[in-house]
Design a binder for this molecule. Structure first.
Ligand SMILES: [Zn+2]
Ligand SMILES: [Zn+2]
Length: 261
C-alpha cells in the first residue's frame, strides 16, 4: 500500500476538521479504559494494554522487523548472506548519502501498515507514543550520538487537513524517551505531488527545494535524529537531510517506524 496515494485520496474525503475538543478527548480516554478496543489490524475486540501498538496478540505476533541484513548506511536490504554488520552497499560506497544511517523498525506490510494508517488517517494519534516507546526500546543503543530530534514536516495544507503531523506524533514522545530535545526546524515549502504519482526517474527532482530550515541556529552543529513514519524510496528523508546539512547540521541519522520492502 502506498501511503502518499492514500494521503491524496483520503485527506480530502474522510477527514472532518482536525480539532478534537478536550471533553471528547477525555471521554475517549475513559472509554479506552472501560471498554475493550478493536485491534487496528483485524478489528478483534481486545482490552488494550498500554504498549500494544493497537494490535491484538495474534497480530502483534505477525509484525515483521526490518531485516538486519541491510546496508549499514542507507538500510536497503542486501541479498548476500554472511556480510559484516558494517557492510555498505555499492551506491553508498560510490557516493556518501546525506543520511549517515537510516534505521527502520518494521517492514511495511500487515500488520504495521494498519498501525501507520491508523496513526495517519484514522486520527489515532496515541499510536505515535506507542510506536515511539517501541522504537526507543529497539534502537536506543544505536542513537547515543544524536542530540536533537527533528520530525519530517508536512506541508501546512496537509497539516491543516490532518490536524497533526504523524512524524511529530512519533518524534515528540521518542525525544522524551531518549531524554533529548526536539525542534521542528524543517519547513515543507512546496505542496509536492504524491511521490507515488511520479515515475521513479522523476522523483529526485520532484523534491528539490521542498524543505527549508526555519531557525538554523537551533540545529547548527547538532547530530540530528530525523523522524518519519515511513520511508519508501528514501528521497524525502534524503532531501530533508541534505537541507539540514546545508544549514550546518553535523550529521543526520534517520529513524522511521516502517520501510517499504
Ligand atoms: Zn488483530
Ligand atoms: Zn547503502
Amino acid at each position: 500500500m502506498n501511503h502518499d496515494d492514500e494521503a491524496h485520496a483520503v485527506t480530502s474525503t474522510l477527514y472532518a476538521p482536525p480539532t478534537e475538543n478536550v471533553t471528547r478527548r477525555l471521554l475517549r480516554r475513559v472509554l479506552d479504559v472501560v471498554l475493550p478496543a478493536a485491534c487496528v489490524a483485524c478489528n478483534k475486540l481486545v482490552r488494550e494494554p498500554a504498549d500494544s501498538l493497537g494490535l491484538c496478540d495474534d497480530c502483534r505476533g505477525h509484525l515483521v522487523r526490518w531485516p538486519s541484513r541491510c546496508c549499514a548506511t542507507c538500510g536497503k536490504t542486501l541479498d548476500a548472506s554472511h556480510l559484516p554488520a558494517s557492510y555498505r552497499c555499492g551506491e553508498c560506497r560510490r557516493q556518501e548519502p546525506p543520511c549517515a544511517v537510516v534505521l527502520s523498525g518494521w517492514s511495511y506490510q500487515p500488520p504495521i501498515d494498519a498501525v501507520l494508517t491508523g496513526l495517519k488517517f484514522r486520527r489515532l494519534e496515541y499510536l505515535g507514543g506507542q510506536l515511539a516507546r517501541e522504537l526507543a526500546r529497539l534502537f536506543r543503543d544505536r542513537l547515543t550520538d544524536c542530540d536533537l530530534v527533528v520530525p519530517v514536516p508536512l506541508h501546512w495544507r496537509r497539516y491543516l487537513s490532518r490536524g497533526y503531523n504523524q512524524a511529530a506524533a512519533i518524534a515528540t514522545p521518542l525525544a522524551a524517551e531518549l531524554d533529548l530535545p526536539t525542534a521542528s526546524v524543517l519547513r515543507r515549502r512546496l505542496s509536492t505531488p504524491a511521490q507515488s504519482q511520479l515515475r521513479r526517474v522523476e522523483r529526485t527532482g520532484n523534491l528539490k527545494g521542498a524543505f527549508s530550515v526555519k531557525r538554523p541556529s537551533l540545529c547548527a552543529g547538532r547530530h540530528v535524529l530525523l523522524i518519519d513514519d515511513i520511508v519508501t524510496t528514501g528521497t524525502t528523508v534524503n532531501t530533508a537531510a541534505r537541507c539540514l546539512l546545508n544549514a550546518g547540521v553535523a550529521s543526520v541519522t534517520t529513524l522511521t517506524a516502517a520501510r517499504t520492502p
